[in-house]
Design a protein around this ligand. Structure first.
Ligand SMILES: Nc1ncnc2c1ncn2[C@@H]1O[C@H](COP(=O)(O)OP(=O)(O)OP(=O)(O)O)[C@@H](O)[C@H]1O
Length: 523
């Protein structure tokens, strides 16, 4: 068996599919060495070695995939305590261990895998100080109405009353909540309720100056640069190259985002692992496709999009409507993958329009929005109690979220709107959790928590272990020329497989180039 097929074989037979690659997109080239150093320090401190592998298999032992690498849909999720899934570094370590076990014992094999020698034994137990993302009193408003006063050369139109009728639209109004490592928090609400705006606000994708309130991770305000390194944002639209296969697409992402110091074979191994984790084994060699070319299904496409963004195993994962446009089975599979990502030590925040009952069972916390205000915040299990006490008990056998969303819509049409529900939610929150604002129980500082996370195999930060995280987070994993090369190679490969499109583009470029020149000459 070749090394590569052995890797695949082993991946199929390890107990969990949660295989994420632990290198962030924005790591410096020397980051790897820092991680190695940290890992060595960690293993020295904990005294852990290969012999501790046995403890590694505890936690959620339910397989996500069946032996044929299809996503296991029959195993209907039971609501239980969040379990821990190993990180990609841990899984690859297993693979490499398995490889060395089956190799010739008399020949010492020197795998250069110290990068992957993470504190894997830690995964057998949940981290005692998980990451806690808190957002408090988030308020965001924009100016709407007539255009900004006409400005010439940066000077505003001084005519009186030119901006008199401009009004302010509040998109988020005093939103608070808390999301924890290992959990999926879902933002629900009707169209236009502010779901995407909230996700954007948390992901630092709207102007900080216009956003009031605070977003903290483990009690510390998140700097934009640090957030970039430890988070990923998956957009609603899948912007993929149609003529690349799933495997090629993920490989280009790995080459782009993972540091140059990581060998190509390791990147390949990570992509293979990611393919299994995303349940894309059967589609690995299928092209993405578009209107003119048959390709992967919508659900597979969405999972490829997610894979591209999580190739670096982020701590925070934001997704804007990851299930939109998918049938219920595909949507469930996407959220199931997200649950595994969360269980590996991430916080997953997503917006969702109307989750099915099955999807609801995968979500840990919900926030319902109405016109930018919170009308419910809590676990899916507390929905019946909440609406029961509000005087609108959810009938048995009724989809809880559908009921809640229908009721919210009805209230929105009433003269008083959702005011009573907003007020009721506030008093409910105070009653259920009087210490709401101080529930951040993580005793670790953000820097230590990130270091601990790295030592578990989630290589999430480009910051050195012993430096000021917020001031020295580097931005890019690879130099510009490497990125340019990867992007060009990707475009060329796609164009080569679509010669007709390539010809049209070439024709257009020639026209654009020669037309102005010809006009200039003839004038
Ligand atoms: N820059 C802006 N200026 C004015 N209004 C805006 C701006 N951005 C968003 N809005 C409005 O804010 C409201 C919330 O938008 P948002 O996209 O967050 O809603 P949503 O709940 O995600 O909707 P959907 O489910 O349809 O995506 C909408 O009414 C939208 O029109």
């Amino acid at each position: 068996m070749t090394n590569f097929s052995h890797l695949l074989y082993t991946l199929k037979h390890v107990d969990t599919p949660n295989i994420l690659t632990p290198y962030p997109s924005s790591l410096p080239i020397n980051f790897l060495e820092k991680v190695v150093q940290l890992q060595i320090e960690h293993s020295e401190m904990s005294g852990l070695g290969h012999s501790n592998m046995s403890g590694f298999y505890t936690g959620d032992s339910r397989p996500l995939f069946n032996p044929n690498n299809q996503m296991e849909l029959q195993q209907y999720p039971r609501r239980s305590k969040p379990s821990i899934s190993p990180t990609l570094g841990e899984l690859l370590k297993r693979v490499e261990d398995a490889q060395s076990d089956t190799s010739n014992y008399s020949t010492p094999v020197h795998h250069h895998h110290q990068v992957l020698e993470l504190g894997y034994a830690c995964s057998s137990m949940p981290p005692s100080n998980p990451f806690v993302l808190s957002f408090n009193n988030l308020t965001y408003s924009v100016k709407v109405g007539p255009k900004m006063p006409f400005s010439v050369c940066g000077k505003a139109d001084p005519s009186p009353g030119s901006s008199k009728t401009a009004s302010t639209k509040v998109l988020l109004n005093d939103i608070s909540g808390e999301a924890r490592e290992g959990e999926i928090m879902a933002v629900l609400g009707a169209s236009g309720s502010g779901k995407s705006t909230l996700i954007d606000a948390l992901a630092d994708r709207i102007a900080k100056e216009s956003l009031k309130g605070s977003v903290t991770l483990n009690g510390e305000v998140l700097e934009s640069r640090l957030l970039k390194v430890i988070s990923a944002y998956v957009m609603q639209d899948d912007l993929l190259f149609p003529m690349l296969t799933v495997e090629e697409t993920l490989m280009f992402s790995a080459e782009f985002r993972l540091p140059r110091s990581l060998s190509r074979s390791k990147k390949k191994a990570r992509v293979q692992a990611l393919i299994d984790q995303l349940g894309l084994r059967n589609a690995a060699n299928t092209v993405i496709g578009d209107e003119g070319h048959r390709g992967v299904s919508g659900g597979e496409r969405r999972r490829v999009s997610i894979g591209i963004d999580i190739v670096h195993d982020p701590i925070l994962l934001f997704l804007d409507e990851p299930t939109s446009g998918l049938d219920s089975t595909s949507a469930f599979m996407v959220v199931k993958v997200l649950q595994r990502i969360a269980r590996s030590g991430s916080i997953v925040m997503l917006s969702v329009h109307q989750p099915s009952y099955r999807i609801l069972t995968l979500l840990d916390r919900l926030i319902f929005l109405s016109h930018g205000q919170t009308v419910f915040g809590g676990s899916p299990g507390s929905l019946p109690e909440f609406f029961g006490q509000f005087g609108h008990p959810i009938p048995e056998n009724e989809n809880r979220t559908e009921f809640a969303l229908d009721l919210i819509r009805e209230l929105e049409e009433a003269p008083d709107g959702t005011k009573t529900l907003v007020e009721f939610n506030k008093s409910w929150q105070t009653m259920k959790n009087p210490m709401n604002r101080t529930r951040n129980v993580s005793k670790l500082s953000l820097k230590d928590a990130i270091s601990a996370s790295i030592s578990r195999g989630k290589l999430v930060s480009g910051a050195p272990n012993n430096s000021n995280l917020t001031s020295s987070v580097p931005t890019f994993a690879n130099p510009l020329w490497t990125e340019m090369m990867v992007l060009s190679k990707r475009s060329l490969l796609n164009a080569k497989r679509m010669p007709e499109l390539f010809g049209i583009r070439l024709g257009c470029c020639s026209c654009y180039r020669y037309n102005p020149g010809y006009s200039f000459l003839s004038s």
